[in-house]
Ligand binder design. Structure first.
Ligand code: NAD
Ligand code: WQD
Length: 373
């Protein structure tokens, strides 16, 4: 007899990373996924598609519980509305939700400098409300989606988790604040709360089925989705490379790209670390059961290397122009992934070629994102 399914609530489940995290959760057939999203930056179709992948992957001898794990309880909920969040928890009762993976947030760095209050409300206030409701319903395990952006301009490359946090943008500051809030709660109630922050480096790629992927609205601001949109003909062939005078091997910025499915699998390891039987917090210097981990490959890639890799994957002849530096960019953000490997057993396995191939597969099957067909 297998263990009963653990209910895990994923916020932002319809988004790029959330949908891949749900895939990873369902693949184990150990969890029952509850997704909450207000679809500010996502399509409800992502939830339908990821459930379809889970159903298609069920073995012929699937049990009723396996079949249940392939279905998602999805709610349209705005996390800034505490009552909406409470209603979801009420459905499952006290202790009914095993843990939360809190992924939902606004994430555009430039926009956050223009409307900081909106970012603080959506990312920080909503996190406070979520934690309040979790506490009320005795749900005390949380994995928080943080970002390499918390390191600002890091003094040491590769970046260890011990680096001082000094985010530059309001967006980045919301990530630092939420990490602090989760950590403070774990300190205040060490016998109840356990939390992990996962500092994502640059996720790329998509599920190899081409059913789920990143679907930005309008012209993509990030490099990978922009290169995919150009190759598929949705954007003109006019890439601007922001600066080639950085202190890096080819002068363009270096980032630590990792496959979104590797990133998603990191969340499974994080959930295991939050389980009561886990020893993950035994070495904590204080009573608090809270830790933060980098999720990256530890391999830096320059903008020009990415353009070349996407050229190989797509066969598209990119034209690009070197222009001035983009405000807020830092020369190099490469993770030191050693701590996550040692303590969580996390290792990003998939290479750049696979990221490009899977992104291109998703993009060609969905040239206009989820509304392509
Ligand atoms: P995304 O925009 O695709 O997904 C976020 C999801 O959260 C969306 O579906 C959106 O509709 C939802 N959401 C936002 N505000 C909400 C609210 N108030 N109530 C309910 N749902 C809400 O973004 P993503 O790329 O999947 O990023 C997910 C998380 O990872 C974010 O926290 C982001 O800061 C973090 N992160 C992303 C990257 C990256 O490069 N994509 C890197 C580092 C960290
Ligand atoms: C990568 C490199 C650009 C577009 C951002 C956020 C970060 C995190 C991930 C959430 C940079 C260069 C890009 C273009 C270019 N998100 N570039 N021309 O800036 O590393 O990270 O997303 O936490 O917080 O800042 O990713 O894909 O935008 O840029 O030359 O048209 O590509 O300068 O060096 P970035 P990106």
């Amino acid at each position: 007899m297998s263990e009963p399914l653990k209910r895990v609530l994923v916020t932002g489940g319809a988004g790029y990373i959330g949908s891949h995290v749900i895939f990873a959760l369902q693949e184990t057939r150990r969890y029952k996924v509850i997704s909450v999203d207000n679809h500010h930056n996502s399509s409800p179709k992502a939830i339908e598609r990821v459930a379809q992948i889970a159903r298609d992957n069920l073995p012929a001898n699937a049990t009723a519980q396996d079949k249940d794990s392939a279905e998602i309880d999805a709610y349209t909920v705005d996390l800034t509305q505490r009552d909406q969040v409470r209603k979801v928890f009420e459905k499952y009762g006290k202790g009914g939700i095993w843990g939360v993976i809190h992924i939902a947030a606004y994430k555009a760095v430039g926009e956050s400098t223009e409307i900081p209050l909106t970012y603080y409300e959506n990312n920080v206030a909503a996190t406070v409300y979520l934690l309040q409701v979790m506490s009320e319903f005795d749900c005390t395990r949380i994995v928080y989606s943080s970002s390499a952006t918390v390191y600002g301009t890091p003094p040491i490359i590769p970046i260890p988790e011990t680096t001082r946090l000094q985010a530059h943008s309001p967006y980045g500051k919301t990530k630092v604040m939420c990490e602090t809030i989760v950590s403070d709660l774990c300190s205040a109630e060490p016998q109840r709360f356990r939390g992990l922050s996962l500092r994502y480096f640059n996720p790329a790629g998509a599920h190899p089925s081409g059913l789920i992927g990143e679907a930005p609205i309008g012209r993509p601001g990030n490099l990978f989705p922009l290169l995919a949109a150009i190759a598929v003909g949705r954007e003109p062939n006019d890439l601007k490379v922001f600066g080639n005078d950085y202190p890096t091997p080819d002068g363009t910025c270096v980032r630590d790209y990792l496959h979104v499915l590797d990133l998603a699998k990191g969340h499974l390891l994080a959930l295991d670390a939050l389980a009561p039987e886990s020893k993950a917090f035994d070495d904590c210097p204080t009573e608090a059961r809270y830790k933060a981990y980098n999720l990256g490959r530890g391999k830096g890639m320059s903008v020009l290397q990415i353009v070349e890799a996407m050229r190989k994957a797509t066969g598209f002849d990119y034209k690009y122009e070197i222009v001035g530096r983009r405000r807020g960019d830092v020369p190099d953000l490469t993770a030191d992934p050693a701590l996550a490997e040692k303590q969580l057993g996390f290792k990003a396995e998939q290479d750049l070629e696979t990221m490009c191939k899977d992104l291109w597969n998703w993009q060609t099957k969905n040239p206009k994102g989820y509304d392509s067909n």
